[in-house]
Ligand binder design. Structure first.
Ligand code: GLU
Length: 284
């Protein structure tokens, strides 16, 4: 079976980009050139007839820069204030760039509570559905201002998990995580030179899930553990998932051309998948 080749036919795609992929490493400022390329690639995917949702971090990072803070904010309320400032600025940049191609965008801010509540979850799903029919690309982030639990400990606090939840919510068939690593390795490649790259995960067996629990697995923004738990939500909801390096946003195009970039985790839809149970941890 040509799993890579099959990615060409994916129709509903969620793409997650993290703050480190959106900003210049040296200064923390937005990398506008990269954002421009990202926007062009996403618009072109829509032009090819794909349905696209972007999950973008960066609110806290942009807010910090806007305020001119030298240090990363540590206190929760400071992070939230930065997010409130930065989210608006971030959307302004996205909207400016997308408008060059006459591509409409929308902002969707989610929290864990929205996803747990049956009515709110259905409302969110309906909105995504409608936006897609209107040809709009939704840009999603966590509503950091009010989601204190998430930032501290519970699930959604990072956008790897959020993007998997969005994939499950809208019944996406592909989730692409643009990360600061090339994909999954058998161990931390920065510490262990014998760590091997994993090209394909046919099924998220115990062996893979345990990899995320071992030592030296905190690499990647959200860490391997969160990537594996995001993979579990996405693949069990019925989406294939790719983890690839966000340094080169062209990797999105490569993935959809069936080229061997990143780690591909194959979908394994469970019967009666129920998103709420994954968020509350009741599916165990
Ligand atoms: N929601 C946070 C932000 O936009 C980022 C969370 C994450 O990077 O995973 O700044």
């Amino acid at each position: 079976m040509d799993y890579r080749g099959a990615l060409k036919d994916k129709k509903r795609i969620v793409i997650k980009i993290g703050s480190s992929s959106l900003t210049h490493e040296e200064t923390g400022n937005l990398n506008l050139e990269k954002m421009e390329r990202l926007v062009r690639i996403l618009t072109d995917l829509r032009n090819r007839g794909k349905e696209v949702v972007l999950v973008s971090s960066g609110a806290i990072a942009v807010g910090r820069k806007t305020l001119g803070l030298k240090e990363k904010p540590k206190e929760l309320s400071e992070k939230q204030a930065c997010a409130a400032i930065g989210q608006a600025s971030l959307m302004t940049v996205y909207q400016k760039l997308f408008s060059e191609y006459h591509q409409l965008t929308a902002q969707i801010l989610l929290t864990k509570y929205i996803m747990i509540n049956d009515i709110s979850r259905q409302n969110a799903r309906n909105t995504f559905e409608r936006l897609n029919e209107m040809g709009v690309i939704p840009i999603v982030n966590e509503n950091d201002t009010i989601s204190t639990d998430e930032i501290k400990e519970l699930g959604l606090g990072e956008n790897d998990t959020l993007s998997a939840i969005v994939a499950g919510l809208i019944h996406a068939d592909l989730l692409i995580l643009l990360s600061d690593i090339d994909g999954l390795y058998t161990d931390d490649p920065r510490k262990n030179k014998d760590a091997e790259f994993i090209d394909l995960v046919p099924e998220l067996s115990e062996e893979y899930l345990n990899m995320g629990k071992g030592a030296g697995t905190s690499f990647g923004t959200g860490g391997m553990k969160t990537k594996l738990s995001a993979a579990r939500i996405a693949t069990e909801s019925g989406a294939d998932m790719i983890i690839t390096n966000g340094n080169d946003v062209d990797n999105i195009r490569a993935v959809l051309n069936g080229e061997p970039v990143g780690t591909l985790v194959l979908a394994h839809k469970v019967p009666h998948f129920h998103l709420k149970n994954y968020i509350t941890g009741k599916e165990e």
